[in-house]
Design a binder for this molecule. Sequence first.
Ligand SMILES: [Fe+2]
Length: 493
Amino acid sequence: MFTFGVHYQKFTAVNMPNPAAFSGVTAMTDQLTAVINPYLLDDRAPVSEEVTALDLPVVGQIPEELAGRWLRNGPNPANEVADVAKHHWFSGDGMVHGVRLRGGKAEWYRNRWVRSDVITDKLGEPAIGGPAYGGRTSSGPNTNVGGFAGKTWAMVEGGGTPCELTYELDTVARNAFEDTLPAAFSAHPKYDPATGELHAMTYCWPDLVDHIQYVVVGSDGLVNHTVDIPVADMPMIHDISITERFAVVFDLGVTISFDAMAKGINVPFGWNEGRQTRLGLLPRWSDSSEDVIWCDVDPCAIFHPLNAYDDADGNVVIDFCRYERMFDHDQLGPFGDARPTLDRWTINPDTATVNEERVDDRAHEFPRHDPRVGLKQHRYGYTSEVRPGEKLLHGATFKTDYQTGEITTHDYGPGRGGAEPVFVPKADSRAEDDGWLITLVHDLNESGGYGAELCILDANDITAPEVARITLPGHVPVGFHGNWVPDTSVSPS
Ligand SMILES: [Fe+2]
C-alpha cells in the first residue's frame, strides 16, 4: 500500500495589480502572468512530503537487463512561496525523484529534497557540510542529477555548489569536486567518452559577471582545466555543446536584467532586445579566450542542444531547441514568450558564419540522443512535446530521423504526456537507436488530480505501445532533467 500525500500548496494572488492602472498590453501581460504563475500550478504544483514506496505495480514487462536507477531533479518549493508574483520557476528547492529497476522489477521509488539550510531547518536535521560558493547554503541544486566518477550528483547553474547524494538519494554534502572548482558549475556538463571528462560552461554572481568560465572535470572527479572568457551582460548560459575540436559558447539573448531585479523577481534574467547574439567556438586545446571564434546568429534563446559534431567538411553542426525570445513578457519561466522549435546550426569556423535551419515547427524540448554516439554525428534525436498554457505541459514523445527527415510520435493517450526521454542502450547492442526510452508520464485524471508513471518505450519503434508502465505512488511535479544511472556506474550502497 502506498502512502503518498499530495498536498498542493495554496497560493494566493499577492500584490494583485489593479488592471485599470495598466494601459499597455505588455504591462497587463506581465502582471497577469505574474499573478497566475503557471509554474506553480497543475502538473507543476509541488509536493510536500518525501516518500519511499517499494515494489511498484507494473503493467507490461520491465526489461530484465535494466539494473540501476532512473533519476530526475526539479524545483519543488518546500515552504509556501512568499510572493507568487515574483517567484521564478527556476528558484524552487531541488527535489530528486528516483526509481530503482532490477531483475524486471521496480524495487523502489523515492523523492528527496536536496538538502540546504532551508530544507534541514524545515525537517529539523543538522545542516549539511561541504563548501558553499559565495556562502550559498539556502538552496540545493534543482536542475539535473546523474552519475559521474562513481558518485551521484545533483547540479545547478549560476553558482550553486554541486551536491553528492547517496544511492538512496539522501544528501551527503556539497562537493566542489574535492575543492578543485574555482567558482560555479553547470547543470548540463557534457561527457566526452573518449576522455572520460565532463565539460561545462559556467556563470555566476559575483565572480563571473564580466566573463564566463569553461570548466573541465577529469575522470577522477577533479577539475583539471579552466578558461575564462570575457562576455558582456552576464548571459544565462544554461548548457554547452562540445565536439571533438570545440567547446561552444551560447552567448545569446537572455542576460542579467535590471528590470527583473527592480521587480524583485528571484531569478533576475530577461530578454535583451537588440543584443548581438553569437556562438563562440573555443578550441578544446586552448587555454586562452583569444582563440575563441565568434560567429553571429539571429537573436534567439536556447536551453538545450541535442548533440553537436564536426562534419566531414570541417563545420560544426548543432541540433537544438530554439526560442525566438524568452523572459520578455513572461519573466517567471521559459514558456510564455515563444514555443521552442527544432533547429540546426551549421557553423563554418573558417568564415565564422552560421547557416540556420528549421527542422520542425512543433514545440520540442528536453532533447536527448543515444549516448554511444558520443561526439560523432547522430542520426536520431528524441524530444518531448511541450504545450505551454495547457494543464499538462508535456505531450507526445518525438523521434527525429535526421537522415530521412521523418519524425515519428508516441502518443501516451488522452490526458497523458511524457517528459524528457532518457535513452538507455540495450544490452549487447551497438547500433544507434537500439535502446530503451524512459519517460516520466504525467497523467491528468478525471478528478482533476495528477498521477505519474515511469514508462519504457522501445526506441526502435516509438509508435508501439509502452513496453512497461510503472505506477508511481503519486504526483511528481513537472521538473527538469535526469538520467539513467546503471549500477555499473554508481554502485548500490
Ligand atoms: Fe536544462
